[in-house]
Design a protein around this ligand. Structure first.
Ligand code: NAP
Length: 315
């Protein structure tokens, strides 16, 4: 019997009963770090969440631990180097998160352009303004979207933006093949060029030592004063303090954030600004997707013990 430790309670339909596996999970909410440390020594596998810190210390307590499967495509929460040193396989859940994250990105983009949330709040407070020259936003049609990180989610965002009549430029570690650029009508540009020319800038890289603070003061200073920044990637890809300053000084028109540098801590300066739209890391927060992610994370573990490891990030 293999024991699987699961960091967080999931929807009841997420996990079928599996012969040969015992699942240790909290009744509701998340296991505390103390509870994880207490359970991990007796477990063979660990299903962590995208926000579960999986430190070298926690991994080292897993004397029988063979595999960590992360509910999330991003795995910056896991000390992968330590896992590799300890001979522990790390897996993630790509693909199933692509469409919902792209949907949220487009929702935020449209909200920034048209001030939907701002109008909604004003109406609830009975403070809305009516009139031809009030509540003025910006057309999305014909505008330039700069996508940083042209992988699965970046491309899914491009596809939707294309359907809305936007022009796509992108910056990524790897320039795409001509056929892909043609399919997405996307033009590869330098990061500097992207920051200078985009009306909307959307981030879709993983958080790594190379992308940490990829967007800071220098990059924000290049932006048009009418530009909007959207971050549904990871908070620390943006230097949050530099972004706050840029928003305070109206160096850019606004931003929409799903992720934060120190989440779940969100700075009061950010909460006080009226030109930023804030949501609490809801990129994949639909029931279908949470279930798909959980099922895939479990499948990663089962396949590992079947001798057929899949979606391994430290092969
Ligand atoms: P992906 O398919 O691996 O795409 C990532 C893209 O970023 C790739 O094109 C990659 O280039 C590029 N990249 C990597 N390092 C870079 C660098 N230093 N500079 C420029 N570009 C770089 O990943 P994905 O599935 O689209 O997911 C992207 C990220 O979104 C995840 O890692 C996760 O952190 C985040 N995410 C957030 C949510 C949410 O709830 N808000 C949900 C899902 C995912 P290459 O082509 O060279 O590899």
């Amino acid at each position: 019997m293999k024991r699987i430790l699961v960091a967080h309670a999931l929807f009841p339909e997420s996990f079928p009963t599996l012969k040969g596996f015992e699942i240790i999970k909290p009744q509701k909410g998340a296991f505390s770090s103390e509870e994880l440390m207490q359970h991990i020594p007796s477990c063979d596998a660990f299903i962590s969440m995208f926000n579960t810190p999986v430190s070298a210390h926690l991994l080292s307590l897993g004397k029988n631990l063979k595999v960590v499967s992360n509910v999330g495509v991003g795995y910056n929460n896991i000390d992968v180097d330590a896992a590799t040193r300890l001979g522990i396989t790390v897996c993630n859940t790509p693909d199933v998160v692509t469409e919902p994250t792209a949907e949220l990105t487009i929702a935020l983009l449209l909200d920034l352009a048209r001030g939907i949330t701002r109008s909604h709040v004003a109406m609830h407070q009975k403070q809305e303004k009516w009139g031809v020259l009030e509540n003025i936003g910006m057309d999305v049609y014909g505008k330039t979207l700069g996508i940083i990180g042209f992988g699965r989610i970046g491309k899914a965002v491009a596809k939707r933006a294309l359907a809305m009549g936007m022009r796509i430029v992108y910056y990524s570690r790897t320039k795409q093949a001509d056929a892909i650029e043609k399919e997405y009508q996307a033009t590869y540009v330098s990061l500097e060029q992207l920051m200078k020319t985009s009306d909307f800038i959307s981030l879709h890289t993983p958080l790594t030592s190379q992308t940490h603070h990829l967007i800071g003061k220098k990059e924000l200073e290049l932006c048009k004063p009418t530009a909007y920044l959207i971050n549904t990637a990871r908070g620390a890809v943006v230097h949050e303090e530099a972004l706050i300053e840029a928003l305070q000084q109206e160096m850019i028109a606004g931003a929409a954030l799903d992720v934060y540098e120190f989440e779940p801590q969100v700075s009061d300066s950010l909460r006080c600004l009226t030109n930023v739209l804030l949501v609490p890391h809801i990129g994949t927060a639909t029931r279908e997707t949470r279930n798909h992610m959980a099922a895939m994370a479990l499948q990663n573990v089962v396949e590992y013990f079947n001798g057929n490891p899949v979606r391994v990030v430290n092969p």
